[in-house]
Design a protein around this ligand. Structure first.
Ligand code: HSE
Length: 295
């Protein structure tokens, strides 16, 4: 017997919502298959560590095996989420937590699954943050404050999210977070982001897709510092808006960028962004995902 779980890519921050907003998208997934074993074992053909302590899914398994006194678990991992700003480590961590929960019939609550997944992800960021794991598990657009205070909202159907991940550019989340501490936002920047996030939430309640998407491009906390990690960031931004994007920002800690577009403009925006990077990237047009699912 085994349990297979697919967990989606996620866009953390969604522009101005640093460490608070996250969005699940449906173009890329990690797949984790859990089955009972002696001890914790990672099986994969992808270039990721197989030492469970150094693997995000493995760390989840170690904690869950210990806490619930399980015999052990073998996790077979197939990576589909590109590394670098699309919640790749969160996808494996969430898929592992859900797969172990189902395989061993633990019946865990959402908040417990999130706690295990976030613990697994701590390895990648050096500190826990939930704006990838929460939308990855729950789907949709998530506003995160704490394990007891979070909410999932629906995003207007007509919007698409174009992601572009430059190849050969490595930025660790830890490094990208350190850079922010070296240039903390000014009071003006904070006020700017507060007004943008407030308008985004209001826009979702009003089903006002255009305002929601426009505010995505108004971040002044992360973008001014992190744009240097993204090759040709200024050109990408200009081309995105020039080909019809409504909003444009860095996805999570980067170097992935994303554009929010009307459905009919998404392919044009994707092609234009790929051209700026001479095709040296992985790109996709996404709808919003419903979150991790048992296959
Ligand atoms: N909110 C986090 C950050 C997401 O921007 O550092 C990292 O995936």
């Amino acid at each position: 017997m085994s349990t297979i779980v697919r967990a989606p890519a996620t866009i953390a921050n969604v522009g101005p919502g640093f460490d608070v907003f996250g969005l699940a998208v449906d173009g890329f997934h990690d797949v984790v298959e859990a089955r009972e074993a002696d001890g914790v074992e990672i099986v994969t053909e992808d270039p990721i560590p197989t030492d469970p302590e150094r693997n995000t899914a493995g760390r989840v398994a170690l904690r869950m095996v210990e806490e619930f006194d399980l015999p052990g678990v073998s996790l077979e991992i197939r990576k589909g989420v590109p590394m670098g700003g699309l919640g790749s480590s969160a996808a494996s961590a969430v898929a592992a937590a859900v797969a172990i929960d189902r395989e061993f019939e633990l019946g865990l609550e959402e908040s417990e699954l999130l706690r295990f997944a976030a613990e697994g992800e701590r390895a990648a960021a050096g500190e826990p943050h939930y704006d990838n794991v929460a939308p990855c598990l729950l789907g949709g657009f998530v506003i995160w404050r704490s394990e007891r205070e979070y909410v999932r909202l629906e995003v207007p159907e007509d919007l698409r999210f174009v992601t572009v991940t430059p190849t050969g550019v490595r930025v660790t989340t830890e490094e990208a977070r350190r850079a922010l501490r070296e240039r903390p936002p000014s009071l003006d920047d904070v006020v700017n982001n507060l007004s943008a996030v407030a308008l985004m939430v209001h826009a979702l309640h009003e089903e006002d897709a255009e305002t929601f998407a426009r505010m995505v491009g108004r971040d002044r906390i992360s973008e001014p510092v992190r744009k240097r990690f993204v090759p040709r960031y200024g050109e990408l931004r200009e081309i995105a808006y020039g080909t019809g994007a409504l909003g444009f920002a860095i996805s999570g800690a980067g170097p992935t960028v994303f554009a929010v577009c009307w459905r009919e403009d998404a392919e044009d925006v994707r092609t234009a962004l790929e051209d700026v990077l001479n095709g040296k990237c992985v790109s996709a047009v996404h709808r919003v995902s419903d979150g991790a699912e048992v296959a």
